[in-house]
Design a protein around this ligand. Structure first.
Ligand code: ATP
Length: 343
């Protein structure tokens, strides 16, 4: 196990304008599941590849377990990487795929067998050892790739969208398995994804990235409840946080769809009220979404289906947000205002 730390880490690709990774400082905790979350092109993979030693940084340092590894080759970093493609050898059996790094390290045969049996046991693939990769499902391939990474007993796992090849249903169970596996081995894991559901469900902490920067680092609930800026507020959460201009203050008021509720007739103390003009209702099984506008701003409200529809499409009703759920952002910079300035 080890802490991974990067300091002022920067990557500029030749001939491209902005830095792909722009002076990032971040440190994992020992044994944690740290997710790098962000839209396509924000620099997640480049950051992960630099940590893995596959991409030389333009500037900055990488430390693993307190040791500077910036200029060391991947094999000297005691890390294991699993990519979206899994990169299994198609002509080799599952067992030989898992044994590959052990053979390369000249491990004695008996020790190899022991290590393979151990990893196969942890991942529940003992019965698949004789098969070829093409005879496996996507989820099984993923487990083989993890087993191959695990036998080397790395200090750190680096995972780049390892579930993106799976269909939605398999993905949910693979997510669960992967998380259980990570808890069991308690190895520091850095996990890249653009899928916020995956990030929220799996991460001990999430680093939200945009344009080569980390916009916020924190546990999932903190990221959701207390977004640091309008980018995080709208990237995390589905549907995203609503943002309504407050012309008087030149700010943006942010609130989650589930906190936007019909205002009580007798008036709600400690709530901000808005006229909500509703265009459309969407039924999603367990909940309903109401799409509409507050002034010029598009706004969405979310209700459990057990609640009667508060307003029909085409109508306008007064809605309210409890003040503790109202977040204020600087309209120019997008940055969150301190909580006390919310009124
Ligand atoms: P995705 O989710 O699409 O994989 P990402 O967040 O992982 O995106 P990166 O792959 O790290 O993003 O790319 C960050 C930026 O660096 C992008 O603008 C990309 O075009 C650029 N980039 C990545 N690799 C190279 C390369 N080898 N040469 C030039 N530019 C590159």
């Amino acid at each position: 196990m080890a802490v991974v730390e990067v300091r002022g880490l920067t990557k500029r690709f030749d001939g491209t304008g902005a830095a792909a990774v722009d002076g990032i400082d971040i440190a994992s905790r020992d044994g944690e599941f740290l997710v790098l979350l962000g839209p396509s092109g924000c620099g997640k993979t480049t950051l992960l590849r630099m940590i893995g030693g596959l991409e030389p940084p333009t500037a900055g340092d990488i430390l693993i377990g307190g040791r500077v590894v910036t200029d060391l080759p991947p094999r000297a970093r005691q890390i294991a990487m699993v990519f979206q493609s899994y990169a299994l050898y198609p002509h080799m059996s599952v067992k030989d795929n898992i044994a590959f790094p052990l053979k390369a390290a000249n491990m004695p045969k008996a020790a190899q067998q022991e290590r393979i049996a151990w990893a196969a046991g942890i991942l529940g693939i003992d019965h698949l050892l004789g098969r070829k990769p093409r005879q496996l499902s996507g989820g099984q391939r993923q487990r083989v790739a993890l087993a191959r990474a695990l036998v080397r007993e790395p200090n750190v796992f680096l995972l780049d969208e390892p579930l993106s090849n799976l269909d939605a249903q398999r993905r949910a169970s693979a997510r669960d398995e992967l998380q259980q596996f990570q808890r069991r081995v308690a190895t520091t894991t850095i996990y890249v994804t653009h899928d916020q559901v995956e990030a929220m469900g799996m991460g001990d902490r999430i680093a939200v990235m945009e344009q080569g920067h980390i916009r916020q680092l924190g546990p999932p609930q903190e990221i959701y409840d207390e977004p640091a800026d309008t980018f995080v507020a709208t990237f995390v959460g589905s549907p995203p946080m609503n943002l309504v201009p407050d012309p008087a203050a030149g700010d943006l008021l942010g609130f989650r769809p589930e906190h936007f509720q019909p205002a009580a007739a007798d008036g709600v103390n400690g709530a901000a009220r808005f006229p909500f003009h509703v265009h459309r209702m969407e039924y999603l099984g367990a909940e309903r979404l109401l799409y509409g506008e507050v002034g010029e701003a598009k706004v969405i409200a979310r209700f459990p289906v057990t609640v009667p529809i508060p307003v029909e499409p085409g109508a306008t009703a007064e809605f309210a947000v409890p003040l503790r759920h109202l977040k204020r952002f600087d309209a120019k910079t997008g940055l969150r205002r301190p909580a006390r300035s919310v009124s």
